[in-house]
Ligand binder design. Sequence first.
Ligand SMILES: [Zn+2]
Length: 1012
Amino acid sequence: MIRIGKVRVHILRSFAMLLFLSVAAAAALGDGETAPARDPKQPVDDAYTAKIHKYTTQPFFTSPLVDYLPASKNVPTPEAVLGDVAGAPGILPYAEDVYKYMRLLEKASPRVKVFSIGKTEEGREMIAVAVSSPENLKNLEENRAQLAKLADPRTIKLDDTEADRIVAQAVPVYYITGTIHSPETGAPTALMELAYRLAVDESPYIREIRDGMITLITPVVEVDGRDRMVDIYRWHLSHPKDFYPPLIYWGKYVAHDNNRDAMGVTLKLTENVLQTYVGWKAQVLHDLHESVPYLYDNTAGDGPFNAWVDPILTDEWEMIGWRNVSDMTKFGMPGVFTHGVFDTWSPGYLMFIAAMHNGISRLYETFGNGGADTLERTLDQEEYARTWYRQNPPLPKALWSQRDNNNYEQTGLLTSLHYFNENKRLFLKNFYLKAKRSVTKPGAEGPSAYVLPADDPRLGSQAALLQVLQKQAVEISRATTAFTVTLPIKKSAKPKKDAKDTKEKDTPPAPTTREFPAGSYIVRMDQPYSRIADALLDHQYWSPDDPQKTPYDDTGWTFGELFGVQVTRVTDAKVLDVAMERVKEIRAPGGVSGEGTIYAINNNAEPSLATLRYKLHDASIEAAEEPFESGGKKFSRGSFLLRNVSRAQLNDAISELGLQATPVSAMPSVKTHPVRAARIAFVHTWLSTQAEGWWRIALDNLGIPYDYISTQTVSKTGDLNAKYDVILFPPVGFFSSPTAIINGLPSAWGNPLPWKTTPETPNLVGKNDSTDDMRPGLGWEGVANLQNFVAKGGVLLTATDTSRFALSIGLADGVSVSNAQKMKIVGSVVGTRLVDAASPIAYGYDEKLSAYCDNGPIFSLSSISGARGFRRLGGEMHTRPTGRGTADDPDFTPGRPAVEVPDEPKSEIWENPLLTDEQLHNNFRAIPPANRARVIFRYADSKDLLISGLVEGGDEIAQHPAVVDVPTGNGHVVLFSINPVYRGETRGTYSLVLNTILNFDSLNVGRKLAEK
Ligand SMILES: [Zn+2]
């Protein structure tokens, strides 16, 4: 794989070219700017430099900034740990080795300091390395205090003169993060060498960076995934002729989506980087990726830009990005560009932590080989085509090495650091201005605040939402008195058509007010980090007419909607004068309000109810099948009635969970059924674990135990019912056709792909699953086992693509699935409606429920086995036939008395079609009412479907079932078209899954059967 012969050819040529380029670049810079040239007095590490040249495949794949390494008497080069230079073929260091090197640097140089910034889910350390002059590093705390004043202009009373004084002397912080995406492997070695250069190089160009600013580096963001990736690469090196296993797990929970967590902050890596960024009061967060040739600054895309960022920031993106392109173009490096196709709408990316906290977000895509092999790389036409934003495109074909990638990464970063340093007063002032404009937001664009009322029925989920905001460094206050705000008048889009006269037309509707009780939470918008709160709590609207036709990621995320809690956007500035106090720790009030033998807990679809069931092993818990009243308190369907639990034990458990229990004197007279702690199997494939990881982390955080098994285990387990009551089969994601789930990866050729811990791959498995060969799928045996499981009384729960799978292979009857023709719902928040409130799956829910949908499968119902239900297509299909009379008149036949036309059975799109007598006559295919699908929630009507994001052609899915319970044999298949558990953002729909689990053996409760 290391094509030494070919590389050698380039070496001689590259020496001559590099010399020429260095001179040319120096001459190309403008007045007053320091040229990138080495210090002639500083010796060069010749051996290291020779290897740089050896591993660089073309003379133009490097720059005068990185084509040599300055020598140092006492500071070790990366070779000390790597055994070769950064970017050498065949070498990928574990995170531990990278840290070892950074700590060697710290020991040898007063210009380097290493900080531990937290741990990953699997307990591995994350670090941040500061490189700057010894003086700057000595003054870190004083400098941080200065930067803090710019970051929070309230501390200097928004005084611009004082800000200018600080701007004139503060040292800015530029934070670089590497390898969040584990198969993108180049950043750690690039950042090791970058740290060395910044610490050692005496050239004026580098010295200015070192003296003028603090470069902060987290060389590995996804540490768990890095170590697994290095394992795989080492396996590949020792089995060079074999296919190597794909990286099925990155971090413990999710793969690529680790860079979509900057809204929910569910993962440790996000939390650690966020705290570091905000704690250091950094100005830039620059995240390194490797998927586009050769360097694409994909910070500022094609739009639409996120609607909540300050326009000052969007200008900064362009300034730095285009200057970067210009500098590297002058070095003669091909394929450096910005703009591109990215939209910059969602704030879920790691880099967006900076965009939402008054800094500058940046992201590079450089070109990686997914390991350290040197490879001939051939590009697609769209990658090498010249466009207006890519005037100097990459080559259609080139030999490409990890060193080339490291050259691009370091050159991009060094030119950025230098340009940033040259203009640091401007950027520091902008940092202050953006913070100030965040503080003055109520008087500018608004709103003044968001209010979360104290009487919300879901205080647990409300607390969970506020805790996310606190992780985002947002200040939360709590009203100490009741207060009233004036709500904005909603302008109707069209003038009233039926208005009687002009007077009525002109009279504006009266403003409405809303009263909030004392204890309501207020998220003030006159604080430095108001933008992230605003972005998360507001609604999103992506126009179907937007010129951008391919959203890069989700288009809607409104947290209040997805958490199922009330959030009011308040523009009335008086809200800021309400008596309130800052809240440090947010907790939903919980506890037992008196002494008794039976306790009742109301059901408001709070996920913590499921936690309680698993926590109190020995307690007897019943669910009320109807609403009831006790001691003047109203309890909804599904409310818990607990016995065999002491007050102290219950109080302990629920105080922590934010649940409230009331003693009741006697069991209420409503029907109840036991709520049992179901034994759960959680099934994953070996195709992708991306989507299910979000389900896993949700269950783990709620303390719901499960066995984590693969489809291979399902195929080997004949009697699943002996071990499990419920099988969860969450979405698979990529490559998840029903046949792929059954067949797995191709195994007619190639070699086994092991995923297991061996001396060669010590980190591979972590705490997840293992197999000798990832290739086999569920198989027909597995299908049969699932079928038996359900037939014998088990509950199988599927969502999105696994629902499609279940229906395709006939695991449930009476529901068909179809693909949308024109519909475009790209990661949006949509409206759903409760259809069957008596179903235990619906316990605690209201009439309306917002849910996450990404072009969900369209379910249709049929009451005839094997038949496809109709997909709704526009208007009413059954009008009367042509004949005499008006639209509702009966026709007649001349010469014969009129006859009465029997009523045709009519049903809504979310109802099982009623069968006619003709259809029922000797019809062994007619599904008896008790065996028909039971729709729990349906999608809202077309006009109410969009809550947040993009919905186009929504009438294709409007009114269709969103959550269906299909009785099958003695068991149930519960199908979701929405994805109820997603990216830590959808707590409001978790209980649909949890209710299914808790009521697994009572799902038929409350069922009303059709007559026919
Ligand atoms: Zn990436």
